[in-house]
Design a protein around this ligand. Structure first.
Ligand code: S3P
Length: 463
């Protein structure tokens, strides 16, 4: 059996961003076919981390082999876990046991990944070791104080750049304290970082989130044997309590397809007339499914078939038919956590719909891999769409036909900006160019091949 793990990891370092990889997306005729969504990024990170902490050998089927997740695998190796990919594509992780992380000998380069960096900072904070984290230019701009603050309350010590930014060093506590913490922003990453630090703390740690966010950490912690209690409160908030110092036992994880990735072929199929595309194995966790709810409200023809459950997560196949006119809708702020990564692609659908789509409660979009609110508004305007950008809102005045296109979009180290505008290029009159498509590999390495297999006309220029 060939162990490709080392070569897969080797390709991640040093994390290069040059030369740029330009992409051009041209108008397509009907998209047809059946595809399988790549593994869920959020669940893949968590499977490697909990597998790396558990006693015994965890098998992970369907792990997303994107750059972000590979960087997490490499980091878990640096913490002492054994991480191996067999040539049947199944990943095997032998964990060190809760409290057993070793001190990494090198700086951990988390590339583009906020999830990788923030969740690992949580793990590291609960172990008496020192870790150094860095990342690419996008990750080094992103706010980290939202995690360092609660983790410091638990006893970890941080040295960070101004504003709590990477690179940073963390020395974890040998006696981490359980805390009760009310999240100032609805963030699954912050919640998860605290829960992971709480694994080594005695007693119970409670995180209260103002609105429920994706609960993959809670589900997977239970899957590995931890006790997690969830209480929905009358004011709409949710309290999540972890009982500290569990013994985590290795488990088998089947990673469902990522709804955030499935969103791109799904919206492409909706927009290109005459399309019929099946996307198999899409995670349908209600805390991730806000985009599809919104598209159905807009009049989209999407059938949810073959509902089932895998490794504690609901999964469906999506059958998407294109060409039906879409209507603008108001997307309430309360829905934002369940579709936080999907606003860029929703905005592309909104630009082709009839009437206004009003998106509210988008403050967090400003601190994603790029300022997505600004990037979407600028890019759509450059393509000829009519948009209004507020501090936390985006209004797209749909013209019942695609915008003209013809622009070059700066992806700004943001995979979802690159993929969203590549989808718009499939219906705009003039091609849409993306200055750098390389970030797509962070979450959806097979994107161009999959879309072209369905009938898209995406060309990568020779770098
Ligand atoms: C994620 C949570 C979200 C999301 C990110 C993945 C996770 O971030 O945008 O892509 O896996 O927990 P926030 O928690 O910062 O909202």
């Amino acid at each position: 059996m060939v162990d490709e793990t080392a070569s897969l990891f080797a390709r991640q370092a040093p994390f290069r961003r040059f030369p740029l990889q330009p992409l051009t997306s041209r108008r397509a005729t009907a998209l047809k076919g059946a595809v399988t969504a790549p593994g869920d990024k959020s669940i893949s990170h968590r499977a490697l981390m909990l597998g790396g902490l558990a006693i015994g050998e965890t098998a992970i089927h369907g792990l997303l082999e994107g750059e972000d997740v590979l960087n997490t695998g490499k980091a878990m190796q640096a913490y002492g876990a054994s991480v191996r990919r067999d040539d049947d594509g199944v990943w095997h992780v032998n964990g060190v046991g809760v409290g057993g992380l070793a001190e990494p000998a090198e700086v951990l380069d988390m590339g583009n990944s906020g999830t990788g960096a923030r969740l690992l900072m949580g793990l590291a904070a609960g172990h008496p070791i020192t870790s150094f984290f860095t990342g690419d230019a996008s990750l080094r701009r992103r706010p980290m104080a939202r995690v360092t603050r609660p983790l410091a309350e638990m006893g970890a010590r941080f040295v960070t750049r101004e504003g709590g930014r990477l690179p940073l060093a963390v020395t974890g506590s040998s006696t981490p304290m359980p805390i009760d913490y009310v999240l100032p922003v609805a963030s699954a990453q912050v919640k998860s970082a605290i829960l992971l630090a709480a694994l080594t703390a005695p007693g119970e740690t409670t995180v209260v989130e103002p609105q429920p966010t994706r609960d993959h950490s809670e589900r997977m912690l239970r899957h590995f044997g931890a006790t997690v209690r969830v209480e929905d409160r009358a004011d709409g908030s949710r309290a999540v309590t972890l009982v500290g110092q569990p013994e985590l036992i290795a488990a088998t994880v089947r990673v469902p397809g990522d709804p955030s990735s499935a969103a791109f072929p799904a919206v492409a199929a909706l927009l290109v007339p005459g399309s019929e595309v099946t996307i198999r194995n899409v995670g349908a966790n209600p805390l991730r499914f806000g985009l599809f709810e919104t598209l159905l409200e807009m009049g989209a023809d999407i059938a949810l078939e073959n509902r089932r459950e895998e490794a504690g997560e609901p999964v469906v196949d999506l059958v998407v038919r294109g060409g039906k006119p879409l209507r603008g809708v108001t997307v309430p702020a309360a829905r934002a956590p369940s579709m936080i990564d999907e606003y860029p692609i929703l905005a592309m659908a909104a630009a082709c719909a009839e009437g206004d789509t009003v998106m509210e409660g988008l403050a967090e979009l400003r601190v994603k891999e790029s300022d997505r609110l600004g990037a979407v508004a600028r890019g759509l305007a450059a393509c000829g769409a009519i948009v209004e950008e507020g501090p936390e809102t985006l209004i797209v005045h749909g013209q019942a036909k695609p915008p003209v296109g013809g622009a070059t979009i700066a992806s700004g180290l943001d995979h979802r900006i690159a993929m969203a505008f590549a989808v718009l290029g499939m219906v705009s009159e003039q091609p849409i160019h993306i200055d750098d498509a390389e970030p797509i590999a962070t979450s959806f390495p097979g994107f161009v091949a999959m879309m072209n297999g369905l009938g898209a006309q995406i060309a990568l220029a020779a770098a």
